[in-house]
Design a binder for this molecule. Sequence first.
Ligand code: ADP
Length: 265
Amino acid sequence: MLSKEEIEKGLHTQWAGRNMICLESTDSTNVQVKHLAQRGAAHGTVVVAESQSAGRGRLGRKWESPAGSNLYFSLLLRENIVPQKASMLTLVMGLALQEAIEQVCGIETKIKWPNDIVLDGRKIAGILTEMYFKEDNSAYVIIGTGVNVKAQDFVPQLENKAAFLENTCKEPVSREALLAKILECFEGKVALFIKTMDFSLLRQSYNEVLVNCGREVRVLDPAGEYTGTAQGINEEGELLVRRPDGTVEKVYAGEVSVRGVYGYV
Ligand code: ADP
């Protein structure tokens, strides 16, 4: 079982995870944080669970969340929320995950814009950001994250799609240490984000670890699919994609998925 005490021992943050709830099983950590938020939970509240019966991805997709060996947690943000900029918080968490995985496990992962962390073309972590409005029109944001740590009886259809930290790391990964480091990295990066309320200060480091950079991508836009070459993100966190005729599209994360031309990445 995940140990709350262990997580807190390694936690060097001011607010992220300072109110931490560990559950053995739950429907979805995002749903649990939402309940807590409605009852006034503090900025930075985290719910972490051993398993989720209804873990979710974007666009109504499912996040497989078997018990015992992975990390599933959600973080509540209620300060400095600008609704038009909230989707960029997914990118901030992506950067935090990438950095924390490198520091704790020594593994260099990449970010697949906008919300996945990948290793050799397979998904090792995913992020789902949701925003809700209160009656006074103020907003709060919940960032849910799932990290695959140890392969076990995993769903066969994900066999070629999912990657696991311990397959590469070869040593046991402390989920407690990893969670504490992710929260620490997030706190540092979100402070830089808030300074400008955009990606001016984070864009360069983001583009350095962006797997899509320079690659042919297929943009699955509900208004029409197209292909082009991904060029990195701009200061608004949009993915710049150069079409064959030279025009550059700004892809906004909302409803759009990006794939490689020959596969997932
Ligand atoms: P997309 O990659 O299209 O943006 P999402 O970010 O919404 O998709 O994530 C959901 C998808 O991720 C699922 O449809 C499934 O293919 C895949 N998936 C679900 N659970 C896991 C997991 N634990 N590890 C890796 N991939 C997963």
